[in-house]
Design a protein around this ligand. Structure first.
Ligand code: C2E
Ligand code: MG
Ligand code: MG
Ligand code: MG
Length: 286
């Protein structure tokens, strides 16, 4: 009897595995189609100065409008795209579209910096630098209006190669940021080795900033270290006024989060920038 049960369990488990494998293959094929059929879209989340409340930039975040399935989160398909070698193609699409949008904003008088997320394998692509440079040229953009976001694990993957590439990007004038700062496994010495401009404090430290003294210490430490290293700090995932007030007190320069705006389509951000009036300067006495 135990054996029979075991047998049943085995079949049940096996069936699930099959289904998962089939779903993954379907998802992968759908990703290939998605590129061809223009099912991707970029949404933009404003980056705002803490003290002045001005919109200074926007992070491009990819969305997949999968036919019949609605919006699929990048947390779900980016890892798969990385696994099946599609991420470089998708990354090229993202850069191209973000640059076109940046130019369109400049042409209507909006001075924004646009940030794009990069995956590790994009840095491994020997064509990456040339493609980026030609993308900027084609859209007649100054490199300093483009920001590239890299995670600690991306930076640590092939340190020597990455240092060299980032130095070239830095000489070109592109703005370089570390995303999800504080969550990766890496040593602080790389902050010296890489030519970085910005640390983005991971949202996991911001979430309980006002209730967990440990998170407050971590944010305070990141901000003071960044200041001493001449880096800008952006806080991610700011949802409450109290978090923003605390970040102002700690001297954080920029923030993003649902408090100000969720990621929104480009045309909505255009409207937001045109209609938005920053609060009185000096709202925060610091
Ligand atoms: P990320 O780069 O750290 O982006 C921040 C994520 O936090 C976004 O999720 C954003 O929608 C979300 N977020 C922003 N404000 C808040 C807030 O106040 N509260 C909460 N709870 N969440 C907030 P999203 O858009 O789902 O993207 C998830 C991740 O997918 C990104 O994390 C990034 O690692 C990756 N990703 C997105 N677009 C791209 C892309 O074009 N290329 C690559 N390689 N990765 C991308
Ligand atoms: Mg990011
Ligand atoms: Mg992040
Ligand atoms: Mg993240």
């Amino acid at each position: 009897r135990a054996k029979a049960n075991g047998g049943n369990r085995y079949h049940f488990y096996n069936h699930n595995l099959d289904r998962e494998a089939v779903e993954r293959i379907e998802l992968r094929n759908a990703l290939y189609q998605a590129l061809r059929n223009s099912e991707f879209e970029l949404h933009y989340q404003p980056q705002v100065s803490v003290v002045e409340g001005r919109i200074v930039g926007a992070e491009a975040l990819i969305r997949w409008n999968r036919p019949g399935k609605g919006m699929v989160s990048p947390a779900c398909f980016i890892p798969l795209a990385e696994e099946c070698g599609l991420i470089n193609e998708i990354g090229k699409w993202v850069l191209e579209n973000a640059c076109a949008q940046l130019k369109a904003w400049q042409q209507c008088g909006l001075n924004l910096r646009v940030a794009v997320n990069l995956s590790a394998s994009q840095l491994d692509d020997p064509c990456f630098y040339d493609q980026l440079q030609s993308c900027l040229e084609r859209h007649d953009l100054q490199p300093e209006h483009l920001e590239l976001e890299l995670t600690e694990s991306t930076l640590m993957k092939h340190v020597d190669h990455t240092v060299e590439l980032l130095n070239r990007l830095d000489r070109l004038g592109v703005h370089l940021s570390i995303d999800d700062f504080g969550t990766g496994y890496s040593s602080l010495s790389y902050l010296k080795r890489f030519p970085l401009n910005t640390l983005k404090i991971d949202q996991s430290f911001v979430r309980d900033l006002c209730i967990d003294p440990d998170d407050a210490v971590i944010c305070r430490t990141i901000i003071s270290m960044a200041k001493n290293l001449n880096l800008t700090v952006t806080a991610e995932g700011v949802e409450q006024e109290a978090q923003l007030n605390k970040l102002a007190e700690l001297g954080c320069e920029l923030y993003q989060g649902f408090l100000f705006s969720r990621p929104i389509p480009a045309n909505e951000l255009t409207r937001l920038c045109q209609e938005y009036i920053p609060p009185e300067v000096g709202r925060f006495a610091i």
